[in-house]
Design a protein around this ligand. Structure first.
Ligand code: ADP
Ligand code: MG
Length: 282
């Protein structure tokens, strides 16, 4: 049958072109086209649409794997009522990802548990969903990878990994003091991305206390200069979300005025000022 041989040829073309999703859908799409009396154009559009969807899906999986996000959080999971010091409107604006267009940086500053990582990951997730190359790292991991790369002579390839993503998240800056080699690595990453691509940074240290992370206050100043030049900064106040739910559970159990002597709560409602002592947030 001529039809049969054309069909076989078509299958083999699809195989040669690696259009596997189309090949898989071909038979049922042909039946559908016949049943609905589709035009050639409409049929072809449906068929290629299937391949495009599959390609987008494959790319999303690759982007997810590259990004290596440590949690599945989304911005929609964030409870803004629990954290009134966060400007929800600004977070919503960031979620449009327009900030990626002009390489704006975002800094989340605040004590532990207030949702810095969650917001950073939520934005990273939005960036992946929009098809942007995104990469998550902790500051400690970045520094360790750079150190290893320097020893193995792979410095430039590791730097490329940090330079190429449209959005880089550097989480947990400031928990550990950085030796000069580590500070230099971080400085290079920030400098390479400066005015080209956005970086989201989370830190427990107020801007004024950054000198304490680095041996050299000049490096701290130069890095901040680049980060803050075009940036959105959130100073998050308040108590840890975990501690808050822990406290609420406790209060449900014992009543609001109950005996709290066994309850450890972390609470710091003081605003973070540039002169704020670092120890309070560690
Ligand atoms: P940080 O990075 O500031 O130390 P995280 O983002 O890791 O804090 O948040 C600590 C925990 O509390 C996480 O499990 C996170 O999902 C949760 N959390 C913090 N803030 C909120 C919030 N506003 N809404 C929902 N969950 C939150
Ligand atoms: Mg965190």
């Amino acid at each position: 049958m001529i039809e049969d041989s054309i069909y076989q040829k078509l299958r083999s073309h699809l195989g040669y072109l690696h259009l596997s999703a189309t090949a898989l859908a071909l038979s049922s799409e042909l039946d559908y086209a016949k049943e609905k009396n589709l035009s050639h154009t409409a049929f072809l559009e449906r068929l290629l649409g299937i391949e495009v969807e599959a390609a987008i899906g494959r790319r999303q999986i690759i982007l997810e794997n590259i990004a290596a996000l440590p949690a599945p959080w989304r911005l929609s999971d964030f409870d803004f009522d629990a954290q009134p010091s966060i400007d929800k409107k600004m977070v919503n604006e960031l979620s449009t990802l327009r900030f990626l267009e002009d390489a704006t940086n975002v800094m989340f500053i605040g004590p532990p548990g207030v949702g810095k990582t969650m917001l950073a990951i939520g934005l990273a997730r939005a960036s992946i969903d929009a098809g942007y190359r995104t990469y998550y790292t902790t500051a400690a991991d970045l520094v360790a990878k750079c150190h290893k790369a320097a020893l193995e002579g792979k410095w430039s390839s590791v730097m490329r990994n940090y330079a190429t993503p449209k959005l880089l998240i550097i989480d947990e800056m400031g928990y550990l003091p950085l030796a000069s080699e580590a500070a230099a690595a971080l400085f290079q990453v920030i400098t390479t991305r400066y005015l080209k691509s956005s970086t989201i940074l989370t830190t427990n240290l107020s801007v004024g206390a950054w000198g304490k992370i680095f041996d050299d206050p000049m490096v701290a100043a130069a890095m901040l200069d680049r980060l803050l030049h075009r940036s959105v900064v959130f100073n998050i106040e308040g108590e840890s979300y975990r501690m808050r739910s822990h406290r609420e559970r406790y209060e449900r159990l014992v009543g609001k005025g109950g005996d709290k002597k066994n309850l450890t709560t972390y609470s710091s409602n003081k605003p973070i000022s540039p002169n704020h002592s670092t120890e309070e947030f560690q």
